[in-house]
Structures are given as structure tokens and as C-alpha cells.
Write a protein that binds this ligand. Structure first.
Ligand code: ATP
Length: 194
């Protein structure tokens, strides 16, 4: 069994996340692709993001129509800051995976900050780190020993961000075609981002 995990704030999950996930699933031919909403993102303040409950509900809705997509609330159990190295180790033991069987997908902007994460060297040893670049990412400043150990995948450039969606809702603008209809309805029914 080979699994790819994808951590994020998912506030909200958008079509960019899903298009990338499907593309990476296809390229890596993994058996399962697990979205992991961050319980307590280490680089963000609690007031800056939506409750874990709403973010999980949205990820659950966003992933339910794909047999190979799954999502996990694994970070909720730990409370405290949600460090990826701990999530990686827990997923490996839950599914009994070796470091070669677990892919850890990050965006290009996360690769640029990897040196600031907890135990980046360990993350690189404990999983296969897969990077999906955003169009404005340039990796010149990334440590060469990090670059040697990651797999940079060519993926479609989808210029959608959760920040843009939150701003559009706040400004009463349409978010059609940036998120699925069900997520659009969830955001409106729960009065998120206004
Ligand atoms: P925000 O705008 O709130 O920072 P985001 O759109 O970047 O959110 P996250 O939930 O933080 O979404 O995304 C999780 C991971 O997915 C991050 O590593 C991010 O870089 C990556 N990512 C998100 N959207 C895209 C995209 N359109 N193209 C490439 N990578 C993306």
C-alpha cells in the first residue's frame, strides 16, 4: 500500500487543492490520497482561521466523491501545535507504512519555508516529500540538501488560493468555479468569511 498525505489549513478547500490532488494521485499511482486539515497550524494565530469543525466538514464534503480521496482528523487528537513530523509518524504507524510508502505532498511555498518547520531533516527521511509548485515559486534559495531529497512534480498551474476565496466572500463577490457548489453552499449556509 502506498499513500500520499496532503496537509493544509483548507480554509476553505478549493478546486486548486482537488485538481492538484487528482493529478498527483495519477502521477504517483498511490492507493490512497489523504487530506489532513491542520488542527492548529504552527505559523498561524487561532483568530486567523476558521474552526477545525467547519474546515473538516468542508474537507469531508470536498473529498467524498472520489473513492481514492480520504481525509483524516489525526491532528485533533494531539491538540497543541500541529507539527507535520508527528503526523507523518502517526500515519505511518496507523497504516504500517515504511518511509518509501508514504508520500508527503507540500506546495512550493511550503518548500521555501521548510527550514522553519520542526525537524525538516527528519521529515525528509521519514517520507518521500513531493512538491507541487505554484507559478511564482522559484527554488533558488532552498537549501541544496533539501532539493536533492524532494520530488518536484510538474502539475497544472491553478491560480486559486483560500485567501482569495475568503476575500471574495468578504467583498460580496462570486466564488463560483473556485470551489465546488456544495462548498459554496456550505460557506453561505454557515455564514463563513463575512
Ligand atoms: P491560504 O491562501 O489560506 O494560505 P492556500 O490556498 O495556500 O491557503 P492551504 O490550505 O494553505 O491553501 O494549502 C495547503 C497546501 O497546498 C500548501 O502547501 C499550499 O502551498 C498548497 N496549495 C494550495 N493551493 C495551491 C495551488 N493553487 N497551487 C499549488 N499549491 C497550492
Amino acid at each position: 500500500m502506498r499513500i500520499c498525505i496532503f496537509g493544509g489549513t483548507f480554509d476553505p478547500p478549493h478546486l486548486g487543492h482537488l485538481i492538484l490532488a487528482e493529478n498527483v494521485l495519477e502521477q504517483l499511482k498511490v492507493d490512497k490520497f489523504i487530506f489532513i486539515p491542520s488542527y492548529n497550524p504552527p505559523h498561524k494565530q487561532a483568530k486567523d482561521y476558521t474552526s477545525f469543525f467547519h474546515r473538516c466538514e468542508m474537507v469531508s464534503i470536498a473529498t467524498k466523491n472520489n473513492d481514492k480521496f480520504d481525509f483524516s482528523k489525526i491532528e485533533e487528537k494531539r491538540k497543541g501545535k500541529s507539527y507535520s513530523i508527528e503526523t507523518i509518524n502517526e500515519i505511518k504507524s496507523e497504516y504500517n507504512l515504511s518511509s518509501d510508502q508514504l508520500y508527503f505532498m507540500i506546495g512550493g511555498d511550503s518548500l521555501l519555508n521548510l527550514h522553519l518547520w520542526k525537524n525538516p531533516e527528519n521529515i525528509l527521511k521519514s517520507s518521500k516529500v513531493v512538491v507541487v509548485a505554484r507559478s511564482d515559486n522559484s527554488f533558488e534559495k532552498v537549501k541544496s540538501e533539501f532539493l536533492k531529497q524532494v520530488l518536484i512534480l510538474q502539475t497544472p498551474q491553478i491560480d486559486i488560493s483560500s485567501t482569495e476565496i475568503r476575500n471574495r466572500v468578504k467583498n460580496n463577490q462570486s466564488i463560483k468555479y473556485l470551489v465546488s457548489k456544495e462548498i459554496e453552499d456550505y460557506i453561505s449556509d454557515n455564514k463563513l468569511y463575512i
